[in-house]
Design a protein around this ligand. Structure first.
Ligand SMILES: O=C(O)COP(=O)(O)O
Ligand SMILES: [Mg+2]
Length: 234
């Protein structure tokens, strides 16, 4: 019998691997200050984040009642990226128990990857500053492909780059795009409630919710993989 391919756990980044909120808010406020707009708060972030910097800036302008000239956006994105990249890692930290959980999974033969709507260069740069890049077989961002979460191809493209097997993959994330991309790719999902969802994660209907990384064990992932294999077999 051929052994089952190594399982792959694919992580979202903002609000899942890393608590990035303070730096996102700071860089966003630095960006919109150029337009004379009032700063946004952490509470606003849950509605603004999710589709990368460009959309976050557009949404923040809308929130502040500012109609952005079409050609104004590239300069603002540049301003955001310069500020964010220039301050990394800032206040950003891995969520409690994450590194131990990743070590646990890796020492059991698991592969890990990142599928984020953040720009790939910012995701890689940030993970590099935190010495976490080497954990991942692949890191893909919102600009890596022509499509991004919740489009299934962002996740399937990530799995391919990580040399994973879609029937042995689990996606873990904090918001609707993550649970939706998993559903769209027919991959089991795990939600974390400590990120930036604007609705309770239970309403997204993930397969499992974990409230701390201590719960992310090989047994939990194997259980989900068996469950999804059973669903396919029915
Ligand atoms: O930066 C964003 O807008 C979203 O990032 P995430 O996909 O890692 O949550
Ligand atoms: Mg997220």
């Amino acid at each position: 019998m051929t052994p089952a391919p190594a399982p792959l756990v694919v992580f979202d980044l903002d609000g899942t691997l890393l608590d990035t909120h303070a730096d996102l808010v700071e860089s966003l406020n630095h960006t919109i200050a150029a337009l004379g707009l009032e700063p946004v708060s952490y509470d606003d972030l849950t509605h603004l984040v999710g589709q990368g910097a460009r959309v976050m800036i557009e949404r923040a302008c809308r929130l502040r009642g500012h109609s952005l000239a079409e050609d104004g956006l590239p300069l603002l994105v540049e301003r955001f990226v310069a500020h964010y990249a220039g301050n990394m890692p800032g206040h950003t930290e891995p969520y409690p128990g994450l590194v131990a959980a990743m070590n646990r999974l890796k020492s059991t033969g698991y592969r890990l990857a990142v599928c984020t709507n953040k720009m790939e260069s910012l995701a890689v740069g940030l993970l590099d500053k935190l010495d976490l890049v080497s954990y991942f077989e692949a890191i893909t961002g919102g600009d890596t492909f022509q499509y991004r979460k919740p489009d299934a191809r962002h996740l399937t493209g990530t799995i391919e780059r990580a040399s994973g097997d879609i029937s042995r993959t689990v996606m873990i994330g904090d918001s609707i795009n993550d649970i939706a991309v998993a559903r769209n790719a027919a991959v089991p999902s795990i939600a974390v409630p400590f990120g930036y969802s604007d609705v309770p994660v239970s309403s997204l209907d993930p397969d499992v919710i974990i409230t701390h990384y201590d719960e992310l064990t090989p047994e939990l992932v194997e259980g989900l993989l068996k469950g999804s294999a059973a669903k396919v077999a029915v």
